[in-house]
Design a protein around this ligand. Structure first.
Ligand code: ZN
Ligand code: ZN
Length: 364
């Protein structure tokens, strides 16, 4: 293989490295096999150019070659198209061709041919419930706009099954070329998804997507015990997949409005209960609200403000089927308007009988 490597690059002998790079850039653009598909002579030429460049772009090897006219470790690369990229620096080529751009689009193309099955996305529908509805559970009717598989093509996006000879776009090779700057790459044919088979005509009913707009009217039973942010999943009720892919899920996300009486603390409910001064002092049986109706709470004599009574199992039901939470009743003393003289006199009398100072513990 006694070739003049400079001649291969169409250069005078011992041209400087800068000229070598320029020449390679120019010739690689001209003879790159992906720009000349099927042209054997271009491919051979490109191989030759790459081999010459591999040596002359290496300062040590170039020096040896310039002084002796040969390099002993020159082993021409063995066949296969991979070798074309040896010593081929995309950055050197500058301009429109950007290495990562080329490969990004190349691999995107490889990953997602136009009609490969794709899972449908999930749909999340918010549903607002009162605390009482969350307590007892509720059936809700929902109108869900979503994509459904096209019935005309069975979701494939094509009118005929894929068994009618070769794909007309790629001629059955399953590949198509894409251009990036001066380069061309092969990726799976988008028309047939890389199978090479004729996928048939695009379905006129769905335009080839395999899906159509639809509105589902569904009834969902929201279980008792849901909280704000709870999600109920209806599998397969989301968007239809593309080209026959599986449907996504429908999620119903609950939001619970604030109740005027009960405050929720996880599984428990809390209610603030006003009692009179005499009820607190003497003790009493008091009617209190719960989620299921009224019930009686017995408070002992000398109940103070802020004291909490726990009614087990009167809180929110458990979503997971465990035991219900509790109802926490916090007592506070409601002071009546003292207007008439008789009441005032009784209070003064009470104070004379109970001269204690409640702020004593505060050092007052
Ligand atoms: Zn094709
Ligand atoms: Zn269709």
């Amino acid at each position: 293989m006694a070739r003049d490597l400079y001649a291969v690059l169409e250069l005078p002998p011992k041209s400087p490295l800068g000229e070598v790079k320029k020449a390679y850039k120019r010739l690689a653009r001209k003879y790159h096999p992906d720009l000349n598909p099927g042209d054997k002579s271009s491919e051979d030429r490109f191989k030759e150019i790459s081999e010459a460049y591999a040596i002359l772009s290496d300062p040590d090897k170039k020096k040896k070659y310039d002084t002796r006219g040969y390099v002993e470790d020159f082993a021409p690369p063995q066949g296969g198209r991979g070798v074309h990229f040896e010593g081929f620096n995309f950055e050197d080529l500058g301009g429109a061709a950007n290495f990562s751009d080329i490969f990004e689009s190349f691999f995107q193309g490889a990953r997602q041919p136009d009609n490969r099955p794709e899972s449908g996305s999930d749909i999340v529908i918010p549903v607002t419930l009162t605390l009482h509805e969350a307590f007892s559970g509720k059936k809700v009717k929902l109108t869900v706009p979503h994509k459904t598989p096209c019935s005309a093509c069975g979701g494939s996006g094509r009118t005929a099954p894929a068994r009618r000879g070769a794909c007309p776009k790629c001629g059955g090779s399953g590949k198509e070329g894409i251009s990036k700057g001066p380069f061309q790459f092969a990726r799976p044919c988008r028309h047939c998804g890389g199978t090479g088979n004729n996928p048939g005509e695009i379905c006129a009913s769905c335009g080839g997507s395999g899906r159509k707009d639809a509105v589902d009217k569904i009834e969902v039973t929201i279980p008792a015990g849901v909280d704000t942010g709870s999600r109920i999943r209806a599998k397969g009720k989301g968007e239809a997949g593309k080209f026959g892919g599986p449907s996504g899920s429908l999620f119903i996300e609950t939001h619970i409005t604030k109740d005027h009486l009960f405050e929720r603390e996880g599984p428990n409910l809390k209610v603030r209960l006003p009692v009179t001064f005499s009820e607190a002092g003497l003790g009493a049986k008091i009617e209190i609200p719960t989620m299921t109706g009224k019930t009686l709470l017995k408070i002992p004599p000398n109940t103070g403000s802020g004291q909490v009574f726990r009614l087990r199992g009167k809180g929110m039901p458990s979503l997971l089927g465990g035991s219900s939470g509790d109802l926490l009743v916090e007592v506070y003393i409601s002071v009546p308007d003292v207007i008439d003289e008789k009441s005032k006199e009784l209070l003064r009398e009470f104070e004379r009988l109970n001269p204690e100072n409640p702020r004593k513990k505060m050092g007052l």
